[in-house]
Design a protein around this ligand. Structure first.
Ligand SMILES: CC(C)(COP(=O)(O)OP(=O)(O)OC[C@H]1O[C@@H](n2cnc3c(N)ncnc32)[C@H](O)[C@@H]1OP(=O)(O)O)[C@@H](O)C(=O)NCCC(=O)NCCS
Length: 178
């Protein structure tokens, strides 16, 4: 799938229940950051921040065409982590299990990168993936990110210390690839 066959729609407050249900899916929850917003109130606060500070923070629905309409298939987000050096952290990628296996995740990352580099002027994107999440790593790799290092046994999301693989994408990587 290419990024031309999906769109990212900035989440509205009425999307909070969808986001909550998606991240609670059995094949999504263990792979997302254990420190994510995980109550309705926290997610609502994130969506409101995304609407109020669109250049610094984003919560998006991934949508794919369905007849004349768009159907929600997943979610993705970003946060500015260094304004001076124009660095954003990409997080919260999830494809609903009904829409897996067609490259939606990598295409959504590419579409977000197009927005962050092309429209919002970021220079570098970063992502962190739990070392055990081989599928997540394959997706971020295939979106063009470069593995930059491993934070050894950094987090304890489910009662056991796990590595986090750190990846980065520069605007020039993206232009070369695009
Ligand atoms: C990550 C996620 C969005 C990917 O969904 P998707 O885009 O439908 O992924 P696909 O099934 O098309 O597979 C994408 C790639 O992963 C590979 N892959 C799939 N399952 C895999 C596995 N168990 N181990 C290793 N690689 C795997 C595929 O071969 C494919 O590789 P390719 O791009 O080189 O062809 C989805 O699995 C998800 O929501 N996971 C839970 C949340 C999560 O892990 N988020 C990412 C945190 S970084």
């Amino acid at each position: 799938m290419s990024e031309d066959s999906l769109r990212l729609r900035r989440a509205a407050t009425y999307d909070v229940d969808y986001l909550l249900a998606l991240q609670a899916e059995a094949d999504v929850a263990p792979f997302l950051s254990a420190g994510r917003a995980d109550t309705r109130e926290e997610l609502l606060a994130e969506v409101e921040r995304s609407l109020a500070e669109p250049e610094a923070f984003g919560r998006f629905l991934i949508e794919i065409p369905f007849g004349q309409e768009w159907r929600v298939a997943g979610a993705i987000g970003f946060e500015c982590v260094n304004r001076r050096s124009r660095i954003a952290h990409v997080s919260g990628l999830a494809a609903h299990p009904d829409f897996r296996g067609r490259g939606l995740g990598a295409a959504a990352i590419r579409e977000l990168a197009r927005l962050l580099f092309g429209e919002l002027g970021y220079h570098r994107l970063e992502a962190g993936v739990y070392g055990f999440n081989e599928r997540g790593l394959a997706v971020v790799d295939s979106a063009g990110f470069v593995r930059e290092g491993v934070k050894r046994r950094a987090y304890c999301p489910h009662g056991e210390w796990v590595d986090a693989v750190e990846l980065g994408l520069l605007v020039e990587d993206f232009e070369v690839d695009a």
